[in-house]
Write a protein that binds this ligand. Structure first.
Ligand code: SAH
Length: 282
């Protein structure tokens, strides 16, 4: 499975397109001299085959351990810098989103071997060939949802639980579905420990949504389906918003509005690259 490639190193309020920003930063770090190595890295980027394992092997365990400890003052300073240089500078203005991003200990959602990069402008591997999205993409998608404290939200793709932690602070109730069981278990445990009490993590297939809990005021999909999943559109309330990346090689970040008459209005928020939203058994 491909990495989440929602990387964007530019300082403008845009999302990445396929040609200028779709490469995972941990692939860039690994480019170190030698034509053969360079060619191999180019093939990896072209095929999306930059795996968790390749990122893991780049760090020694001593480096990883040293990076895993952060005082409250340290992580808060890092989070403020992250928000100012990566998020506000690119045009995110929603004050509640900005506060939530400053107040969330992102490093706790990231494995030790890459924790030192927790507040940097890049997606990072979280195991099981999955990634946590770049902070800017999390902020942008959250802003596009236009959350209110009453909202019942469905997230597809819990991953590390970081996006769910952000949603938790801005919405009433959050349901998050994850198809990789160990990720569902670990994010559920972490979100409970950190007292994000209005989040329910469910191990299952996001394509099915949660019919028993529907309709939802807002739905956010953090993996890319090839087409808009109709079952999820059905589970969106009238007046509701869904934010999702759609596509395969070329993906667009879409914002869907369900009007009061049930019709759908769509707009594009730019090109992005995410891990694919998989069908069970894929
Ligand atoms: N929101 C996450 C990052 C998402 S990465 C975070 O904050 O860390 C995308 C996630 O979607 C991965 O964990 C992947 O396993 C999950 N996923 C992919 N297809 C899915 C499906 N059909 N149903 C539920 N989760 C899915």
């Amino acid at each position: 499975m491909m990495q989440n490639l929602s990387d964007n190193t530019m300082k403008k309020p845009i999302t990445c397109n396929l040609f200028n920003a779709g490469k995972p930063a941990h692939c860039h770090i690994r480019i170190r001299g030698g034509l053969l190595h360079l060619v191999m890295v180019m093939i990896m980027v072209a095929t999306g085959a930059c795996t968790q394992e390749s990122a893991d092997s780049f760090f020694t365990s001593a480096e990883a351990q040293a990076a895993s400890v952060k005082t409250e003052g340290e992580w808060r300073a890092s989070a403020v810098a992250m928000v100012e240089t990566q998020i506000i500078s690119r045009g995110v203005t929603d004050k509640r989103v900005i506060e939530a991003m400053k107040n969330t200990p992102r490093h706790l959602f990231i494995p030790d071997n890459v924790k030192r990069y927790a507040y940097e402008d890049r997606p990072l591997p979280i195991g099981h060939s999955q990634t946590i999205s770049q902070p800017y993409i999390v902020a942008l998608m959250t802003e596009l949802l236009n959350l209110s404290t009453q909202d019942k939200v469905l997230e597809i793709g819990t991953g590390s639980g970081y996006q769910a932690a952000i949603l938790s602070q801005l919405a009433g109730e959050v349901y998050s579905i994850e198809i990789v069981e160990p990720l569902a278990k670990s994010s559920k445990k972490l979100l409970t420990e950190l007292k994000y009490d209005n989040v329910t993590v469910i191990y299952g297939d996001g394509y099915q949504g949660l019919p028993d809990e529907a309709p939802f005021d807002k739905i956010i999909i953090t993996a890319a389906p090839p087409e808009i999943p109709e079952k999820l559109v059905e589970q969106l309330k009238k007046g509701g918003i869904m934010v999702l990346p759609v596509g395969e090689l070329y993906q667009e970040l879409l914002v869907l509005y369900k009007e009061q008459d049930g019709s759908i209005t769509k707009r594009s928020a730019g090109g992005v690259r995410f891990v694919p939203m998989v069908k069970p058994g894929q």
